[in-house]
Write a protein that binds this ligand. Structure first.
Ligand SMILES: Cc1cc2nc3c(=O)[nH]c(=O)nc-3n(C[C@H](O)[C@H](O)[C@H](O)COP(=O)(O)OP(=O)(O)OC[C@H]3O[C@@H](n4cnc5c(N)ncnc54)[C@H](O)[C@@H]3O)c2cc1C
Length: 490
């Protein structure tokens, strides 16, 4: 049930065993779930379709399950290292990245004005968290990390608390302290610190053409059946399971189909799961939030490139052909796939210019919003904005102190079409909410197999070793669900 990364990973692993007859039912016409892209047809003279990726996805070197699958279907060479991170305070990182890296933590904290006192407190916290017995560590799940980290100075909190949640794609105010503790306690954190190969990657192209469609075709060849554009509306479990679906493409007459199966795998988002199995209602209510990416579409690739250069220069970063220099010291060497981090913007925007990744169409700038509940320059939070206001505000915040860009007209924009402004509630909403490891969710999240419902959970919010809502967690849950199915039915 569901063709996101988790559902595909489960089908992938099961398809290696010829004893299984596998059908994947998906409500959309494309596979990949939240990791897919959104095709938009543009009526320009070239009439080439412009694809707006939901957003670029970071794939970590430490993603064991996902990288294994990518190797098996032959797409590993499509990975592009994310090497350069440009900050709006003029700092620059190059090489190993994100908050798991010790050197970055130290340089990041100091360059953002944190004190040595903060660093000492964090070192003590690190030792404390490492020493905690597991059952005691779990009691921290009820505390939001934002509240727990009050002992840090405000600047360190902004850098460490806000940005950690934002980099992990989580709700920065609600992310559970236990999730952060698990991150600290994981053995991979230590090995990553000393591993020179530790990198983040993204795809050197679109998620569909460079990964998801290749995967779907691989699965079809392996005998997996896909039923697309069918939304599962009810499930009946007896000795056999019966799944009813509705055709989502039919406008007036709804087509109903019933499928039967011996084994059911849930690979849907938590909201859909709760509709079918009410025991997950609380999890769905407290564990999700709206997150989306705004695509700014430039009239020409050249203009897009010059916009990014102007932005960098206005923020004290000089770009030369082979190197990038920061006014605060530091040198980067790779602009392709560079990430622009507007840490000082009210919504903590992260942007990436994607022209180099796209073979056709205009080069889009993809902007992600990190903070959804703080007022922007228009005096509204991201959640209170209409789609138009959201795009305009992102552009204004991104432009920031670059007066040359501020003088330009805002380019065209696009927002993933499942995100909409709810006229009654007067807030932004989505029919595809993103799960966040919020405080209080750990004990509500399903194990990969649940005996009472006889359901296998191949989803990123299941309890996994990765335990953070991302593509690796989905790939892990999917693979392990398949392995459990095979073990249980030997
Ligand atoms: C903006 C954004 C940025 C992200 N960035 C990253 C990143 O950089 N790195 C990373 O690793 N992860 C990232 N993630 C997280 C990652 O995309 C998800 O964790 C992962 O894709 C979830 O996979 P899944 O298979 O568990 O669920 P989903 O992708 O939600 O798949 C569920 C599938 O089930 C289908 N479905 C739901 N209900 C029904 C129904 N009733 N009937 C039939 N089908 C149904 C859905 O249409 C969907 O295809 C990001 C997510 C978002 C939203």
């Amino acid at each position: 049930m569901g063709a996101g990364i988790g559902g595909l990973a489960c089908a992938h692993e099961l398809s290696k065993d010829p004893n299984y007859d596998i059908t994947v039912i998906e409500r959309w016409g494309t596979v990949g779930g939240l990791a897919r892209i959104n095709p938009i047809s543009v009526e320009d003279e070239s009439s080439s379709p412009l694809y707006s990726e939901y957003c670029w996805k970071a794939i970590s070197y430490s993603y064991v399950y996902l990288l294994q699958i990518m190797q098996e279907i032959g797409v590993l060479e499509n990975l592009l290292p994310l090497r350069t991170f440009l900050y709006d305070n003029g700092t620059l990182e190059y090489g190993n990245s994100f908050v798991t890296e010790l050197d970055l933590l130290r340089s990041g904290l100091l360059s953002f004005g944190a004190t040595w006192g903060d660093i000492a407190k964090l070192a003590i916290l690190y030792l404390y968290v490492k020493a905690l017995p597991e059952s005691f560590a779990q009691t921290y799940d009820s505390i939001p990390w934002n509240d727990y980290a009050h002992f840090l100075s405000p600047v360190a909190r902004r850098w460490l608390v806000d940005s950690t949640a934002i980099y992990l794609g989580m709700d920065y105010k609600k992310i559970s302290t236990y999730t952060i503790f698990r991150f600290i306690r994981a053995p991979r954190v230590v090995s990553n610190l000393v591993n020179p190969n530790f990198r983040f990657y993204s795809l050197n192209g679109r998620m569909d053409t460079h990964f998801l469609d290749i995967w779907r075709d691989h699965l079809i060849k392996a005998g997996v059946n896909f039923v697309l554009n069918k939304e599962i509306t009810s499930v009946m479990t007896a000795t056999k399971h019966y799944v009813t679906t509705q055709d989502v493409t039919a406008t007036y007459i709804r087509d109903y189909d019933v499928y039967s199966a011996d084994i059911l795998v849930n690979a849907m988002d938590v909201g859909s799961l709760a509709k079918l199995f009410p025991k997950y209602n609380t999890l769905a209510a407290i564990g999700t939030y709206v997150q989306c990416q705004v695509m700014i579409r430039f009239p020409s690739v050249v203009m897009g490139e010059s916009i990014m250069e102007k932005w960098a220069e206005a923020h004290g970063i000089t770009l030369s052909q082979s190197s990038i220099f920061s006014k605060r010291g530091g040198i980067g060497r790779e602009l392709r796939g560079a990430v622009y981090i507007c840490a000082n913007s009210p919504w903590f925007l992260m942007a990436r210019y994607e022209a180099s990744l796209w073979t056709k169409g205009n080069g889009p700038l993809s902007i992600g919003i990190g903070i959804w509940d703080v007022k922007g320059l228009n005096n509204k939070t991201a959640l209170e904005c209409t789609r138009e206001e959201l795009a305009k505000e992102c552009w204004m915040q991104f432009v920031g102190k670059c007066s040359e860009l501020a003088a330009q007209e805002m380019p065209e924009y696009d927002i993933w079409n499942t995100v909409f402004y709810h006229p009654q509630r007067k807030t932004l909403d989505t029919i595809e909410p993103k799960f966040s490891n919020n405080a209080g969710t750990y004990h509500l999240r399903p194990e990969i197999y649940e005996a009472d419902t006889k359901l296998y959970h191949a989803t990123a919010y299941a309890k996994t070793n990765m335990d953070i809502y991302n593509m690796e967690s989905a790939a892990e849950a999917g693979t392990r669900a398949a392995q459990l199915i095979i073990a249980h039915h030997k």
